[in-house]
Ligand binder design. Structure first.
Ligand SMILES: [Zn+2]
Length: 276
């Protein structure tokens, strides 16, 4: 396997450098991008630096990464468009995508936290930590992270995969759902599997996690064993639900997803096959 030529190191602070930087420009929560799907350099952006939020959020191979966020209504200079994280899979290296994942979530946080939720006054970005602070009442809004439990349920050599109506045609994936207030991750997973598939699970074990900028999720992956019940898809949420063996797997999510990586580990290597 070829090593990733790009290594992203996160950091946080106000712009402090005088040398070249890599600018991740956003209009609202949308990444500004050139026609070749590359980041435009600062000059063609043609937007006044004064009207934007600007901060440093890390470095890519030692080059400072700078986030600039303009209001959502800002007109783009001709020749530039917008793109989202998923559109750049396969075109950007993983280290570049890691940088974008952080930039996207910080841009969304700035875009969605313009005013104080307590007293309504404008919020300002703190220079020393990722917090938007109200000068009137002191309230601080931190970047929102929304945990999602995703579970690959196993029954012998078979895995439980489901189709949401929102998935691309033919794609099946592991079941997933957002944590609710007061829940543990294990309780969330049991509830989601019960609601969406009608079955009980046991022996939950950790796989790993993945930051997922849609718009600010943290995917937490678990394996679990089937325990009891007959599968039945939850009406309105799940279009189809089946047990699959390795020899008849459906179309799977992109190899960059945690669902694919869990399947890849369970079956001992799927890379190169079943890609969407
Ligand atoms: Zn306030």
């Amino acid at each position: 396997m070829t090593p990733d030529p790009y290594v992203f190191a996160p950091s946080y602070g106000p712009p402090h450098h005088t040398g070249p930087s890599l600018v991740f420009a956003f209009v609202g929560d949308k990444l500004v991008i050139g026609p070749d799907n590359r980041l435009p350099t600062a000059a063609p952006l043609g937007m006044s630096r004064e009207c934007s939020e600007t901060l440093v959020f890390g470095s890519l191979n030692g080059l400072v990464c700078e986030l600039r966020v303009w209001p959502a209504a800002t007109a783009l200079p001709s020749g530039l468009g917008t793109a989202h994280y998923r559109q750049l899979w396969g075109q950007w290296e993983q280290g570049q995508l890691d940088a974008l994942c952080r930039a996207q979530q910080l841009a969304t946080w700035i875009h969605q936290n313009r005013f104080c939720g307590v007293c309504g006054q404008p919020l300002r970005t703190r220079p020393d930590e990722p917090a938007r602070e109200c000068g009137a009442c002191g309230f601080r809004a931190y970047p929102r992270i929304s945990p999602v439990c995703i579970g690959l349920v196993l029954k012998g050599d078979e895995v439980l995969l489901a189709r949401s109506p929102h998935f691309p045609a033919g794609v099946y994936s592991a079941l997933a759902g957002y944590l609710e207030a007061g829940e543990t991750a294990e309780e969330c997973l049991r509830r989601e599997i019960r609601e969406e598939a009608g079955i009980e699970i046991d022996n939950i074990r950790w796989f790993g996690s993945q930051a997922w900028p849609y718009p600010h999720s943290l995917m937490m992956g678990f394996f679990a064993d089937y325990a009891a019940g007959e599968i039945r898809p939850q009406a309105g949420e799940i279009e189809d639900l089946q047990w699959f063996g390795k020899d008849r797997l459906p179309t799977l999510p992109h190899p960059s997803t945690i669902a694919f990586r869990m399947l890849d580990l369970f079956y001992g290597g799927l890379v190169g096959s079943h890609r969407t």
